[in-house]
Design a binder for this molecule. Sequence first.
Ligand SMILES: NC(=O)c1ccc[n+]([C@@H]2O[C@H](COP(=O)([O-])OP(=O)(O)OC[C@H]3O[C@@H](n4cnc5c(N)ncnc54)[C@H](OP(=O)(O)O)[C@@H]3O)[C@@H](O)[C@H]2O)c1
Length: 340
Amino acid sequence: MHPVGHAQFLERPQDAQITRETHYLRVDAAKAVEREHSSIVALNRGHAPGASVKVSWRCRGGVKHLVQPGRRSRRRRSRRESGTHRAPLVGVGHRTGARSHGNRSQEDGGMKIGIIGAGMIGGTLARRWTRLGHEVFIANSRGPETLGELAAETGAKAVTRAEAARAGEVVVLTIPQKAVLDLPRDLFANVPKDVVVIDTGNYYPIRDGQLAELDGGMVESEWVASRIGRPVVKAFNNIYFKSLLEKGTAKGTPGRIALPVAGDPPEARAKVLRLVDELGFEPVDAGSLSDSWRQQPGTPAYTQDLDEARLKQALAQAERHRIPEYRNAANDSLKKYLAT
Ligand SMILES: NC(=O)c1ccc[n+]([C@@H]2O[C@H](COP(=O)([O-])OP(=O)(O)OC[C@H]3O[C@@H](n4cnc5c(N)ncnc54)[C@H](OP(=O)(O)O)[C@@H]3O)[C@@H](O)[C@H]2O)c1
């Protein structure tokens, strides 16, 4: 995806070689695009003026076709459901507002994503990703029958933890740090090696109790990786869930909030960087998992909603010997918050 202005979008040559491109446009720009193409229907339901929408288009035979989900004809919908539909020429995925009207095909960048943990972060990612057309499988500790409301709201499928772990090409582990100790040791045993596991976790002793290895200086996500027996990529741990829900913006927006992604191998990190960008945040490559202490609780980069330049500066400023100090500061503020 590239920064793109409305003018660029419209001036793009109608080149039969282009198969598909996707950009984030502000609603007013997207509406202007609509006006240029009589086939487009209104974008005005559920979009705040400052919100962004994802706009994809295809060029075939020199003709652009633009279609908005939710306004598909019954015939087209039934063809898609029966598997005979060849992916819409253009999809406009809502970045905020009502739930998605259907999953993107794999060809269109749609993914199957498992989420273990259905709280503030897990629920937020389920809301955001289903709206973007991904197929989400979500689990908690109490079982799928307790997730009916979230499933009905988002279209995510409520499943068991084992099913979420095996759901797709990305699995997010988003549970309190201490709960990692309760996960079955074989949870990921049969999950293919190329499945990327994202860890959003943070260690707060006031919530998690004292965890000796972490108190001894082990990097939090390295501890998680050692517990679950496979590599993880640390992401989404240093943004407040409400910011994750509401503050994504189009690429190129001044001050776009940046999020660090740390983990190995680089291909796994690259996949998560793309997901961050798609959610409306500037992806920042924060290196290997061993570097991920730079985004742990209380560090200069933690939950500050920084833009790219300031986030990189904050990551660089963190000092490893100060981890206990950072942790204590974060823990104290959670303590104060819980006391209010
Ligand atoms: N809240 C934020 O803004 C935020 C931001 C960034 C990172 N984080 C971090 O992300 C992690 C999740 O935070 P959260 O705020 O989303 O937590 P939360 O709202 O307390 O939700 C925790 C979720 O984890 C599930 N869970 C607990 N133990 C489990 C287990 N053994 N197996 C499967 N699921 C289990 C819970 O399910 P049950 O209800 O069924 O037990 C619940 O759905 C934490 O480490 C947190 O520090 C939070």
